[in-house]
Design a protein around this ligand. Structure first.
Ligand code: GSH
Length: 228
């Protein structure tokens, strides 16, 4: 059995999308990152960086159990397990992996900082707010250009790289992005959002997501020193 350690955030949704797209049976273990579940020893044993998502599979390689953290690694694992959404030819496979790495190194971290300084931070820091809005626009521009020449982010097939990026781009309003400036990215977003499996993945436990964080929850999530 596959167990997904999950919270309904973009990094969690990447994996619920992939599991739904593959039709794999799985159970979900909710990790309440606002209450500090990610710091519990039993969770740190499978996710030492105290972040969701993580995944365990009782039927891993050679039939032995495996546990994995980092969403990119989990997506590659599931793609290899099922033979889906990651081409097998070396050139095409590397193309998908480079766009997946781009998501992990640029889209997630920079858009995450955009959310942090423009939404969660209790202080207004204009330099940081603008820095991450500009960086978001630059990254949207990179994707828009790529999608001007390709149907999907890594070519003409829907892959794990698209699944990794989609849950971030649907937050474009929160990131102060105007999709009219990114018509190819907008076309891609609108094509993907009607996929039933992607919708199920995006909606997975979405009702448990709260609208606003309390001061105590912000301290749990952002004030690392407070936990020492
Ligand atoms: N690089 C990680 C990032 C995961 C991540 O940032 N997860 C956030 C939620 S979206 C989290 O669990 N935060 C809890 C914390 O930082 O304490 C991945 O791609 O899996």
């Amino acid at each position: 059995m596959i167990t997904l350690y999950y919270a309904p955030t973009p990094n969690g949704q990447k994996i619920s999308i992939m599991l739904e797209e593959c039709g794999l049976p799985y159970e979900t273990q909710l990790v309440n990152i606002l209450a500090g579940d990610q710091f519990k020893p039993e969770f740190l044993a499978i996710s030492p960086n105290n972040k969701i998502p993580a995944l365990t599979d009782s039927d891993g390689p050679d039939g032995e159990p495996i546990s994995i953290f980092e969403s990119g690694a989990i997506l590659i694992y599931l793609a290899e397990k099922t033979g889906r959404f990651l081409p097998s030819s070396p050139r095409e496979r590397m193309n998908v992996i480079q766009w997946l790495m781009f998501q992990k190194a640029s889209v997630g971290p920079m858009l995450g900082q955009n959310h942090h300084f423009n939404d969660y931070a209790s202080e207004q820091i204009p330099y940081a707010q603008q820095r991450y809005i500009k960086e978001t626009a630059r990254i949207y521009g990179v994707m828009d250009k790529q999608l001007g020449q390709n149907e999907f982010i890594a070519g003409d097939e829907y892959t794990i790289a698209d699944m990794a990026i989609f849950p971030w781009v649907v937050n474009y309003k929160r990131q102060s992005m105007d999709m009219a400036n990114f018509p190819n990215l907008n076309r891609w977003k609108d094509t993907l959002k009607v996929r039933p499996a992607l919708r199920r993945g995006m909606d997975h436990f979405i009702r448990t997501r709260q609208k606003a964080m309390s001061a105590e929850e912000k301290k749990t999530l952002f004030d690392v020193d407070a936990k020492e």
